[in-house]
Every structure is written in structure tokens, then in C-alpha cells.
Design a binder for this molecule. Structure first.
Ligand code: DX5
Ligand code: ZN
Length: 226
């Protein structure tokens, strides 16, 4: 069974002191730092570019997971890799040549993920799965932190997990992003997600406690499955 990994989303961190928040996440045991890259075109918001990734790289040993919510992602994949990304994901709705985008991410030495918006057909994931290290199913519409979890994620994740397992692709991770909190983390894991992104769920209130509780509910869900 794939390990459960926690991925706090930098989007909800204190932008006036990113270093401190990144270190708090790492010291609380989070394995992955989820970095939301938005261009004001694919999504309405504008956030972080390679310069920030590069500045944070020496600060932390966490896996840097760059979620590209941008048009023409291939143009920027090499820049994010150079800046220190370990994982890069591109939206299937934004990449015209998805196979080429995935190949490019691997060529620059990163793990490759594809991302599906909440009602993008799962058939995209099925066609691309064999080339991917992970598949991110959005559980909110991308663009902003703090939105409500879209319940249909659960059905989609369990369909995708079953499909992957029955096609010899049990090494492909499923990532969930959007509205993940302590009260729904277990459900997401039961449905088949093993990489949990959480922004407001980690950064609102006590970060250390939140990470601990998220981990506990995720692992509890695992015990029930096993
Ligand atoms: C939304 C981003 C998410 C966001 C999640 O477009 O992709 O990563 O930070 O934030 P929460 O966990 O607050 O929904
Ligand atoms: Zn994200």
C-alpha cells in the first residue's frame, strides 16, 4: 500500500514569513510542500513563480510539489525544475500535448503528475496513468484556498483507485487538493487518496496540532482498510 503523505499548501502560509512557516511544516513531520503556481489566465489568481521556489529550496528538505495552474505549462516546467521542484503537475485542461508535458517533466528530473478539475472526465486519467507518478484529483475548483470540499471527489477517487489497481498501476499515487480538513481527511484516504494537500486546514489555528491530527485521521482510515 502506498504511504500516506501530508502536503501543506504554501498558499495559506504567511507570505511575509514563508521561511518560518515552511520550517514549522517540516518540523511537524509533513513530507511534502505543495506549491500552488497560478498565472491569472488558467485560474483567476496570481501567486508564486520559480524565484520563490528557488529562494525556499535551501530552507527545507521537504519534497517540493509544484502544482502548475497555468496556461502553456511546458514553457515553465524547466524553470521550476531548475528552481528546485521535485514533483511537477500540470492540468489536463491546460496542456495541449499531455504526453509531451509528462515526458518533459521526467526529462528535467522530476516526478510527474497530472491534475483533473472536479468534473473533468476520469478518462483523461485512464489514458495518461501509465506515464504518471501521481494523479491529482481536485476537490475544489482551482484558484483559491479555503473553499468547500466537493463531495463527488470521493466517488471519483475510489473509481480511479480501483481502475489503477486493476490495471497493474498500484504504484500510481492519488493526490487530493482542496477543502481537506481534519474531519474529512479519513474519508479521502478511505476513498483512495494517499497524498493529502491541505492549506487552510493546516494553517488556520495551531499548525503543529493540525498536522498531527490530519496524520492521525489519515492513519486511522488506513487501519480500518487493513
Ligand atoms: C487551490 C489550490 C489548493 C489550495 C488548497 O487552487 O490548488 O492547493 O491551496 O487550499 P485549501 O486546503 O484551503 O482548500
Ligand atoms: Zn494545489
Amino acid at each position: 500500500m502506498l504511504p500516506v503523505l501530508l502536503a501543506p499548501s504554501l498558499l495559506s502560509a504567511n507570505f511575509a514569513n514563508l521561511q518560518q512557516d515552511v520550517l514549522r511544516c517540516e518540523n511537524s513531520g509533513a513530507e511534502v510542500l505543495h506549491i500552488d503556481v497560478m498565472d491569472g489566465h488558467f485560474v483567476p489568481n496570481i501567486t508564486i513563480g520559480p524565484l520563490v521556489v528557488n529562494a525556499l529550496r535551501p530552507v527545507s528538505k521537504m519534497i517540493f510539489d509544484c502544482h502548475l495552474m497555468i496556461e502553456n505549462p511546458d514553457k515553465y516546467v524547466p524553470d521550476f525544475a531548475k528552481a528546485g521542484a521535485d514533483w511537477i503537475s500540470v492540468h489536463v485542461e491546460a496542456s495541449r500535448h499531455l504526453h509531451r508535458s509528462i515526458a518533459l517533466i521526467k526529462e528535467v528530473g522530476c516526478k510527474a503528475g497530472i491534475v483533473l478539475n472536479p468534473i473533468t472526465p476520469l478518462s483523461y486519467a485512464y489514458s495518461a496513468a501509465e506515464y504518471c507518478d501521481f494523479i491529482l484529483l481536485m476537490s475544489v475548483n482551482p484558484g483559491f484556498g479555503g473553499q468547500a470540499f466537493i463531495q463527488s471527489f470521493l466517488q471519483r477517487a475510489s473509481e480511479l483507485r480501483n481502475w489503477l489497481d486493476s490495471h497493474g498501476l498500484n504504484h500510481v499515487n492519488i493526490q487530493v487538493d482542496g477543502g481537506i480538513k481534519i474531519d474529512n481527511a479519513a474519508e479521502a484516504v478511505k476513498a483512495g487518496a494517499n497524498i493529502l494537500v491541505s492549506g487552510s486546514g493546516v494553517f488556520s489555528g495551531n499548525l503543529e496540532e493540525n498536522i498531527k491530527s490530519l496524520r492521525a485521521s489519515a492513519l486511522q482510515a488506513r487501519e480500518i482498510i487493513v
